[in-house]
Ligand binder design. Structure first.
Ligand code: BTN
Length: 239
């Protein structure tokens, strides 16, 4: 008999915080269990990738999920892909065709609508708390050029409705992470990936993205036909 243990999510909502990721990490340190979902209407110090600020005014979805998954270190690169896939599927459920730009940007066409910031922190008990922060522009003005929000793409989704949809789609990806099922995560990534097979720039160099490796690395081909495997860096479409 299969035993199915599902995570029950527990939401805490704040009108205003510094960063929901920081709250979730602090809660984990204080003994909070996986399944905690921290949501804020506004973040005053929202954190983006590579130490950038993340503008988080009223109208967006700013949330952090204390994941029920502790994949082995070598599979950590799959975490943003798995969470990003859950977000793409959730957006699809709401009628929005969003794609995941490796490794953690949510895209509508060539505009960024959201992003994921995964942070891991070692706990005293030898476990690692894994927090996935998700930021999606819903009705708030997109903060920069080349960014968009859901409302301007004709979606009437609300931040809370979008969170419900993400939490419906997250358990399957958390299970895949917990079980180290990289094939499944890579397959869903490829179904939702942005820019695969197109001419792109990787950190400014021309490449064609081809696939993801079992550890979540991006596999690209350069103009000489040589294959490169990247674990950091970013893709963009040439102008
Ligand atoms: C990126 O740079 O694309 C990642 C952005 C992640 C932003 C979210 S908003 C909720 C959570 N709390 C934070 O401080 N950052 C993440």
């Amino acid at each position: 008999m299969d035993l199915w243990i599902s995570v029950s999510y527990r939401r805490i909502r704040f009108p205003r915080v510094g960063s929901t990721n920081d709250i979730a990490l602090e809660a984990a340190r204080a003994g909070e269990h996986p399944g905690l979902v921290v949501v804020a209407d506004v973040q005053t110090h929202g954190k983006g990738q590579t130490d950038r600020d993340w503008a988080s005014p009223q109208g967006g979805l700013w949330t952090s999920l204390l994941l029920d998954a502790e994949p082995p270190e070598r599979l950590r690169g799959l975490v943003p892909l798995a969470v990003g896939c859950a977000c793409c599927r959730a957006l699809d459920d709401l009628g929005v065709d969003a794609r995941l730009r490796w490794p953690n940007d949510l895209m509508i066409d060539d505009e960024k609508v959201g992003g994921i910031l995964v942070e891991a922190r070692a706990q005293g008990d030898g476990l690692t708390a894994l927090v996935a922060g998700v930021g999606i522009n819903v009705t708030n003005d997109p903060p920069v050029e080349d960014a968009t929000n859901l409302a301007s793409r004709g979606s009437s989704a609300s931040p809370e409705g979008l969170l419900d949809a993400i939490l419906d789609r997250l358990p399957a990806m958390e299970t895949a992470l917990r079980e180290g099922d990289s094939d499944r995560i890579c397959r869903v990534f490829m179904q939702n990936a942005w820019g695969i097979g197109d001419r792109m720039l990787f950190d400014g160099e021309p490449v064609v993205p081809k696939d993801v490796a079992v550890d979540g690395a991006l596999i690209v081909e350069d103009p000489d036909g040589d294959v490169q495997v990247h674990r950091g860096g970013s893709l963009r479409r040439p102008s």
